[in-house]
Write a protein that binds this ligand. Structure first.
Ligand code: GLY
Length: 557
């Protein structure tokens, strides 16, 4: 059995001598230490979890530009302790109004390679700036101008780039080299900066200052908007002022369900996360997973993933544009029907469910953070620019790196996107439509514990959260869920992908014998950030994924 490295986690228990035992505490886990510190800085100034979430979101836009940013979007799942109110802020990007179904196809109907992933045409209309303004104004306690200060400071003063930043620059180097504005900021002599280099982003600091002064008008109107539109249109992009003016944050009812006594609250459409997660859990509820041998257990989980991702491909898209049978997909009887086609002794071919397709690598993009404050307010937020460093296109003079989220639409029915996902017309491109996402910010709760979690990772986000929920349900703590060896099935390609070193020889042989194809990812994936509150011991725990460079802290304030 492969032994995974002992986790390096930051857990400061309530009774830790380094914090005053009487002080109320909060927990924050994020993908970058400076983002976690920004959250605590704002809590210490009297902010609540929602203010801290604005500070962390803005800080991540500066210090982890590979994962998220002002030019991107995301989903913020909120729980307000005072009245138990829960909502999901949908800050997903939208297709520009001049977009059309065939915009990434040539005259013969073939995909124009790379157009939905690299460069200006790949960018949807950003939602992150509007959402942090909305979050601050509607749910925060401190002025937006105060809450954005840590991010502005990081952008102006700069920070030392880490190994992960450099690795992801390498992955997107060719694309970044093609855009002078991006190359001027992220590269040195058009190449990857040396270890220890300091990244300063003065234009981005100015854009953040404009948002701090003017709210959403600081981004969607005025000088930042003018510069973005000029830069986009000069490069052949299709954004207009109307796109920016019309962008709206939408508050949506989160997806809720229950698995063996564990309550789950997760992302609603246009993210597929909550629906696919709950559908898989509903299927799995019919099995005594903890009593199965490890091969059968993994087989059954993979079969549930296969079916839930199959329905993702078939039915899911922006519910403001299409009818999605959400109620049916989440019906326990529907899950029972799916179970009846599953067998303990053999895998189902995905082609039997329908479709067929070649292999494709998964993603390494996006970011997640989790917060619980001293009052019990909670935020789970997964934010993205899609591929690392998004489209690689920076709007000149703004410091804003644009997303390539348009690739999450189906450019052509039956063709895979960058994560190997397929889909149908439900997720086809339409002007003003939101592209289907896999982001899965999630709350879980049982009689004893409350947890907040999520992760980046493209199409594998949902399967990572699923494995974490199953581990929570088996009674284990956040250090276990976050460090688990991961595996994934997304219906197409028809194979179980597992992390480097994440399966034993016996498991590989056993699953192959059942009819599964398996493939080892050449790396470990995901960057889960989790916090937990134990209702019995009143103990807070925060854990950052050992695969990343994040920071998880529990502190009094
Ligand atoms: N861009 C990744 C996702 O939203 O699923």
């Amino acid at each position: 059995m492969t032994i995974f490295k002992i986790l390096t986690i930051t857990i400061i228990l309530c009774l830790s001598p380094i914090v005053n035992a009487g002080m109320p505490k909060a927990a924050i886990a994020s993908a970058h230490p400076l983002a976690t510190y920004a959250g605590f800085e704002i809590l210490e100034q009297g902010g609540n979890a929602f203010d801290a979430a604005v500070a962390v979101s803005a800080a991540l836009a500066v210090v982890e530009p590979s994962g998220s940013g002002l030019g991107g979007g995301g989903f913020w799942l909120l729980h307000r302790a005072s009245d138990g109110f829960e909502t999901m802020l949908d800050g997903r990007e939208k297709a520009p109004l001049l977009a059309n179904r065939d915009m990434y196809l040539d005259a013969k109907g073939n995909i124009l390679k790379g157009l939905s992933r690299n460069g200006v045409l790949a960018a949807g209309i950003p939602g992150l700036p509007a959402t942090i303004v909305h979050l601050s104004e509607k749910y925060g306690q401190l002025p937006l101008s105060q809450v954005l200060q840590p991010a502005i400071r990081y952008a102006k003063q700069g920070f030392v780039i880490g190994a992960k930043h450099r690795k992801l620059l390498k992955y997107r180097l060719a694309v970044l080299q093609k855009n002078t504005a991006a190359a001027n900021i992220f590269l040195v002599d058009n190449n990857i900066p040396k270890q220890g280099a300091v990244l300063k982003q003065t234009d981005l600091a100015s854009a953040l200052e404009k948002i701090a002064q003017l709210g959403r008008a600081g981004f969607y109107a005025g000088s930042v908007a003018e510069k973005m539109l000029k830069s986009v249109q000069q490069a052949g992009g299709i954004w207009t002022q109307k796109d920016l003016s019309q962008y709206q944050v939408i508050e949506r009812k989160p997806i809720k369900g229950e698995y063996k006594g564990v309550k789950i609250t997760s992302a609603a459409l246009p993210s597929s996360g909550g629906i696919v997660l709950l559908e898989a859990l509903n299927i799995l509820e019919g099995y005594p997973l903890n009593q199965l041998d490890e091969i059968s257990r993994k087989h059954i989980i993979a079969e549930a993933m296969r079916r839930a991702y199959h329905d993702r491909a078939l039915y899911l898209g922006d519910s403001d544009f299409i009818d999605v049978p959400v109620k049916r997909l989440l019906d326990k009887n529907y899950a029972a029907g799916l179970r009846s086609g599953m067998h303990l002794d053999k895998a189902t071919l995905s082609a039997y469910l329908s479709g067929n397709t070649p292999e494709k690598k998964g993603g390494r993009n996006t970011t997640h953070f989790s917060i619980i404050d001293k009052d019990g307010n909670k935020v789970a937020a997964t934010l993205s620019v899609n591929f690392p460093f998004g489209s690689g296109f920076m709007a000149k003079g703004t410091g804003v790196l644009l997303n390539d989220e348009m690739d999450d639409f189906v450019s052509k029915v039956g063709e895979m996107n960058g994560y190997g996902l397929v889909g149908g017309i439900a997720n086809g491109i339409e002007p003003g439509k939101r592209m289907l996402s896999s982001m899965t910010p999630t709350f879980i709760e049982d009689a004893n514990r409350i947890a907040v979690l999520g992760t980046p990772g493209g199409s594998r986000i949902i399967s990572m959260v699923l494995l974490a929920v199953l581990d929570f349900a088996a009674g284990r703590g956040p250090e276990s869920w976050v460090g688990l060896p991961r595996f994934h099935h997304q219906y197409i390609p028809d194979r179980i992908q597992y992390e480097k070193g994440g399966m034993t020889h016996d498991e590989i042989a056993g699953l192959t014998k059942l009819g599964h194809k398996l493939n080892e990812a050449g790396y470990r994936y995901g960057n889960m950030q989790a916090v937990q509150f134990n209702k019995n011991t009143q103990q807070l725990t925060a854990v950052a994924d050992p695969r990343g460079e994040g920071s998880a802290l529990v502190k009094g304030y």
